[in-house]
Structure formats: structure tokens, C-alpha cells
Write a protein that binds this ligand. Structure first.
Ligand code: MOS
Length: 717
């Protein structure tokens, strides 16, 4: 292994070009193997059964009728399921989600109480109806505002921060904005239902599971079962959408492994759509408070941002709602704080820009309110307070930052000059027209990643890594970086991902994989070229000559997490500016997004086509976040308390084609100087800022300040 700096490339400029997805033909012909497609042919089918109470204990799971039903092989419950150890998430102190069936406690509605294993799904579903489950019912706490809920100031993800003296900063202010913001609970809702299959060979476990992090799932299963890590293999070469819901080793994965152990046959489990609302995480709601102090000239003197988020019983979820605020603007006096409230809800998890999505809405709405108070243009207000160095990291210089260019170019593209700053001033018939904007400073995330490069006798190459492609184009960018570094054609590089038996990788998440893996590829290609005594980007013939009569030559390298102090700079995440133009029906309160401009600084664009596609996808999610998406929990006292009332795609509204205009995306800035490839993540910056830009445009159109997501028509009447 090596961690030396990769040599600069001299090959054909494959990077940056809009190379089409290397997995495109597989995707469009339906040939892509998703987790459930890889299930062993002889697998039995498991169906999970969720609790119909929200808090309490299971008294008895009576299996008599279910076991007598046709095709049924077994029923698992806390009475007799295998006992496993609760694992930690890899590379963090967080507890992984609780494995199912380990005790009688019901922690939320839908918590698994049993699994029926049968020959077919129909037989398993039928038998699940014949289970008789009795409960001892406790009174649940499901409302974030319920005073009975346990409140914990436990600083999730190191969110809390104090700089300077907030009270002094507020005393220096000539204008103060002080407001509360609320964002609703959202559900990730990938179209592909999550699936897991398990097969035991003695004490060795092989699984095919929907996950954004096969390496971690394998670690967690090894820990759970107390078996050697090399005896566990988890594969997930593709998945049908994740948006963060595949980041954790969720209980359904354990359930498949337990069932396969009990029946001594392969078992496959596919979640139902309602189970996707309670079984694979969700974006927690937030209650936020922002205080901004400023001088008349727009200089910020104080920023306070506090947030309360719910967390499930016996669970951890690092949701950093204030990270964007901490590094967003140059302000001397700051207090940021996240508290958690423990509720009888299903475990929240990451969802598309976790924490940032909610926090950015509050901060960037408050800044718009401040701009109105001061009579300063909102773009100008942000430029005046630009953080030229990172105030959250000892004022180290950024490794790259083109936020000012994002702001100026975005204003130009949307035609910001045409905007009348007075609210409710622009009208066409019954349509009120408004413009709004928001800035985004996304956090930097890079974890160690190892890659193996194989150069074959014919001069072609292969790249191996346990990382998976969440659908953003990882196969494609890895192919490009390897091809460029080796001087090969795209078609001469094979990329193998999504298998925990390959070299260690971080998750496909946190907008961090492209940085981690592309730099690992750069290092590993340098290492293999050194072994072959080649330099530059030698091309296929030179590679073949150097390999000679060996079958292949391989090298591995790890790209480590950079150390800011050692580098003397602050590793930068992506920056972005979002500009929205909306039309609001004055009589109906319906908001239509007419234009949405995103200008993004993500460092070196590895692939214009897939990077743009990520920003477009993120923006669609942002429009949903702003106007539509809301997982609604029944808060009324009574037997239905804690039930999600819209746990299916008919009532959970998401942005579809009719809600989304032709989105405009532009990239600015250049290669980041932190790493040889110059790349920063681009995944989640696409969603961030969209909700605030739309909300601010709604204010400009209507004069109504909505401090709540989603912004639904009833709030505008
Ligand atoms: Mo992302 S929410 O880190 O998959």
C-alpha cells in the first residue's frame, strides 16, 4: 500500500468530458442485477410483521395457525430467534440500528415483531395474517413538542459550537432578526424496494443486500454473529435509489440472516412500501431558532442557530443541522447547538443532505428576512459577509471556494436585475411572481478508501473496490480516472464494485465517495505504473509490453483522510447558489416553480453529464422538500397515535415532471488544490438551498413569510 502523491496525468483528457454512463446499456435494458435479482434460486421468502402498537411489549406471538398454513416453513419472533450482538457502525462510535427480535420491547409502530418464512411470498403474506400477537400497551410519546419527552443535549456529530461572545455580538447589532423555523419529517422513498438475501455455508455468511455501504454491512454482520470478518461477504453492485436510506445496517438485513440460519436454507426478504417508511430511516423533522445580528451596512455581528431533532428510542442518528451555519459566513460571535428529543418513532437516518437540508432552510430564510429589514439586496448581503477563510476551522484558507462566482453567475442567469424587491409587486393576471435565492456551503467529507488496479497481459485494466454505485455514476467516473491515468480508452477499463470482499471503502454517501475513490484510483494507478517502470499515461501497448508474459500486475493504494493542520488549509466541500422564480396563484395559494438556477463549485468536474444529473436530481428532491414531501404521523391521543398516515406513494407527495421546470445548472470554479484529482463532492449540494430559494421567492411574490416546510397552499391563503 502507498499513500504517496499521485503524479500528474499526461494522458488523453477523459476527465471532465461527458462520457456516457458505462452501465447505461445494462440499466436501460433491465439487465442490471439489483440485490433481489441475485438471491439464490432456491431461496425461501421471508415476510416481516410489524407491531400494531407504538410503545409497549409483545406478550405473545401465537404461531399455531400460521405454522399450519400452506407453504410455511418457520416463524421467527423474540421468543426463539437467534441472539446476536448489536454492532457499532464502522468507523464511528454510533450504535448501529438494533437487530430485530432480541427482546419483547416495541419501540415504535412497525417495529418488527415476527417474520414468516414460506415457499412463496403469497403464502408468507397469508400466514402473516394468521399470526396472533398480543401486547402490553404503554403510552407513547411521538410529538417533538411533548413536554414528557426526554430532551438530550448530547451534541450529535459534534454539532455544537461557540465562537466569540454571542451576547456581545447581539449588543453590537443595529438590527436583529429572531425567528423560529419548522421542517417536516420526510421519507427517502427510493423506487427500488430494499431487499436482502442470506445464505449460510456452515458458519460463513453470504448476503446480497440493498446498501450504500457493503463493507460496513459485512463488518456489522461479522460483529453481530461473532464470526471472522473474512467469513462474511455482502454484495450490492447496484441499487434502485438510496438517498441515504441505504447507509445503515437496518434490521431487515439481520432478519434475513437469522431466518436463513434457522431454516438452514437461503432466505430472501423484500420490504413493502409501507415498511420502507419505518424500516430504512427517514429525515427527522426539526424545530429551529435563528437569531441574526447585523449592522446597518449588512455586516453580521452575531449568529445563533439552535435546532431540536427527534431520535428513536435506543438509537443514535448524527444529524448536523448547524454545520452549514458554522462555516457559512464570516461572523465573530456565534452559537450553534443541536438537541435531541427521544420519541417512539422509527429510527431516523440520513436523507439527501442530512441536517444541511433543514439547517440551510432556516439560515438562508433568516438571511432573506435580514436583507428585507436592512433594505439590502440578498445577493449583496451574502457577498458582504463572505467567509474568505473557514471561520469554523481556525480561519484556515479554503482549499478552494468560488461561492462569490456562484452568486454572481446565478444572479446573471436568472435575471436578478428584473426582480422588484418589494413583495407582491409583480403580477400577471391572478399569478403573483417572485424571485428568491439562497447560498450553500456544504461540509467536506472524505474517509479512507483503498483501490486495487490490475493491468492485464493485453494492456487492458481492471479496478476493484468494495464501494458501491448508488446510481450517481461511480462506475463511470472510476473508469474515466483510471483510463486517463493509464492512457487507456474507456472501453479498456473494467470496474468491479459493490462487494465487501474487495478493498475497503467508505459509504456511497455524504457527498464523499467521488473524492475518496478517484484519489485512491489515482494513487493505485501511479503505484502500478511504478511497478511496471512506466510513467505518464503510457497507453495499452506500452502497458502490455511491460506486463510481458505475466498474467497480470496488480497494485493497491489507499487515499487517506487529509489532515487540515498538516496541509495548512481547510478541506472544502462544494459551494452553490440557488435562484428560483415562482408563480403563486393568488386565489388558490398554489406555488409553481417556473425557473430554478443552480450554480455549483464542486472543484474538478469528473463528468459533466453525471455531475449535472446529480444536481438536477438533487434539485427535484429540493422542490419536493420545499413544496410537497411530508411524512405525517398521527399525533392524536388514542390507539392510532404514532401511525404514519401516508406511508405509501399515493399520499406521500413527491415532485414529478409536472412540478419541475427545465432546470438550469452551471459549474464554476476549478480543481480543488487539496488532492491530485482536484475533486470535491457534488451529490448533496444539489438539494441544499432549493427550499430556501423557493420560500424566499414565495415571500417576494406574496409578502407572506412561511417559516415551515413543506410550503403548502393552505399556508398561503
Ligand atoms: Mo447521502 S443522505 O449521505 O446517501
Amino acid at each position: 500500500m502507498t499513500t504517496t502523491t499521485a503524479a500528474p496525468t499526461t494522458g488523453a483528457p477523459v476527465i471532465g468530458a461527458g462520457v456516457t454512463r458505462v452501465d447505461g446499456p445494462l440499466k436501460v435494458t433491465g439487465a442490471v442485477p439489483y440485490a433481489d435479482d441475485l438471491a439464490p434460486r432456491d431461496a425461501l421468502v421471508g415476510v416481516l410483521v410489524g407491531a400494531t402498537i407504538t410503545s409497549g411489549r409483545v406478550e405473545l406471538v401465537d404461531t399455531t395457525d400460521a405454522l399450519a398454513a400452506p407453504g410455511v416453513v418457520a416463524v421467527l419472533s423474540h421468543h426463539d430467534a437467534p441472539r446476536v450482538v448489536r454492532p457499532d457502525e464502522a468507523s464511528s462510535d454510533e450504535r448501529a440500528p438494533l437487530p430485530p427480535f432480541q427482546d419483547a420491547v416495541v419501540r415504535f409502530r412497525g417495529d418488527y415483531v415476527a417474520m414468516v418464512v414460506a415457499q412463496t411470498r403469497e403464502e408468507a403474506l397469508h400466514a402473516a395474517d394468521l399470526l396472533h400477537v398480543t401486547y402490553d400497551v404503554d403510552e407513547p410519546v411521538v410529538d417533538i413538542n411533548d413536554p414528557r419527552a426526554d430532551r438530550e443535549d448530547d451534541d450529535p456529530a459534534g454539532a455544537d459550537s461557540v465562537r466569540g461572545d454571542l451576547e456581545r455580538g447581539l449588543a453590537e447589532a443595529e438590527v436583529v432578526v429572531d425567528a423560529d423555523y419548522v421542517t417536516g419529517d420526510n421519507t427517502n422513498n427510493p423506487i427500488g424496494l430494499f431487499a436482502a438475501s442470506a445464505e449460510w455455508d456452515g458458519d460463513a455468511l453470504h448476503m446480497w443486500a440493498t446498501t450504500q455501504w457493503p463493507f460496513n454491512v459485512a463488518d456489522c454482520l461479522a460483529e453481530a454473529w461473532g464470526i471472522p470478518r473474512e467469513d462474511v461477504r455482502v454484495e450490492c453492485p447496484y441499487l434502485g435509489g438510496g438517498f441515504g436510506s441505504g447507509l445503515r445496517p437496518w434490521p431487515y438485513i439481520h432478519a434475513a440472516a437469522m431466518a436463513a440460519k434457522v431454516v438452514d436454507r437461503p432466505v430472501r426478504v423484500v420490504l413493502s412500501r409501507p415498511q420502507m417508511f419505518t424500516g430504512v430511516g427517514h429525515r427527522p423533522e426539526t424545530v429551529q431558532h435563528v437569531r441574526l445580528g447585523a449592522r446597518r451596512d449588512g455586516t453580521l455581528t452575531a449568529v445563533e442557530h439552535t435546532a431540536t431533532i427527534p431520535v428513536a428510542v435506543d438509537d443514535d442518528n448524527p444529524e448536523n443541522v448547524v454545520s452549514g451555519t458554522r462555516q457559512g459566513y464570516a461572523v465573530e460571535h456565534l452559537r450553534a447547538d443541536v438537541d435531541q428529543v427521544r420519541l417512539h418513532i422509527s429510527p431516523p437516518g440520513s436523507m439527501r443532505a442530512p441536517g444541511e437540508a433543514q439547517g440551510n432552510f432556516a439560515l438562508e430564510t433568516a438571511l432573506d428576512e435580514l436583507a428585507v429589514e436592512l433594505g439590502i439586496d440578498p445577493v449583496e448581503l451574502r457577498l458582504r459577509n463572505e467567509a474568505v477563510t473557514n471561520p469554523d476551522q481556525d480561519d484556515l484558507p479554503w482549499s478552494s471556494k468560488a461561492l462569490d462566482e456562484c452568486l454572481r453567475r446565478g444572479a446573471e442567469l436568472i435575471g436578478w436585475d428584473e426582480r422588484d424587491p418589494s413583495p407582491r409587486a409583480t403580477r400577471e393576471g391572478d399569478q403573483l411572481i417572485g424571485y428568491g435565492m439562497a447560498a450553500v456551503s456544504f461540509f467536506y467529507f472524505q474517509e479512507p478508501c483503498t483501490v486495487r488496479v490490475v493491468v492485464r497481459r493485453d494492456g487492458s485494466a481492471a479496478v476493484h473496490c468494495a464501494a458501491m454505485d448508488i446510481g450517481t455514476g461511480t462506475y463511470t467516473i472510476v473508469t474515466q480516472v483510471a483510463a486517463e491515468r493509464l492512457g487507456l480508452e474507456v472501453g479498456d477499463v473494467e470496474v468491479v464494485l459493490g462487494d465487501s470482499s474487495l478493498p475497503a471503502s467508505p459509504p456511497a454517501g455524504g457527498s464523499g465517495l467521488a473524492t475518496a475513490i478517484s484519489n485512491a484510483v489515482a494513487l493505485a494507478t501511479s503505484a502500478v505504473l511504478a511497478d511496471l517502470e512506466l510513467s505518464g499515461a503510457p497507453g495499452r501497448e506500452a502497458l502490455a509490453r511491460a506486463v510481458g508474459d505475466r498474467d497480470e500486475v496488480t497494485a493497491e493504494a489507499t487515499a487517506d483522510k487529509p489532515d487540515p493542520a498538516e496541509l495548512g488549509m481547510s478541506p472544502s466541500g462544494a459551494f452553490g447558489a440557488k435562484f428560483a422564480k415562482v408563480r403563486v396563484d393568488a386565489d388558490l395559494g398554489l406555488v409553481r416553480v417556473e425557473r430554478l438556477v443552480s450554480v455549483i463549485d464542486c472543484g474538478q468536474v469528473l463528468n459533466e453529464r453525471t455531475a449535472r444529473s446529480q444536481v438536477v436530481g438533487g434539485t427535484v428532491g429540493g422542490i419536493g422538500h420545499a413544496l410537497l414531501e411530508h411524512t405525517v404521523t398521527d399525533l392524536h391521543a388514542g390507539p392510532q397515535t404514532g401511525r404514519i398516515t401516508n406511508a405509501h406513494l399515493a399520499d406521500y407527495l413527491m415532485a414529478v415532471n409536472a412540478d419541475v421546470p427545465d432546470l438550469e445548472v452551471e459549474f464554476v470554479g476549478g480543481p480543488d488544490r487539496l488532492n491530485p484529482v482536484g475533486v470535491k463532492g457534488v451529490g448533496e449540494v444539489g438539494l441544499c438551498g432549493v427550499a430556501a430559494a423557493i420560500g424566499n421567492a414565495v415571500f417576494n411574490a406574496t409578502g407572506r413569510r412561511i417559516r415551515r416546510l413543506p410550503i403548502t397552499p393552505d399556508l398561503l391563503l
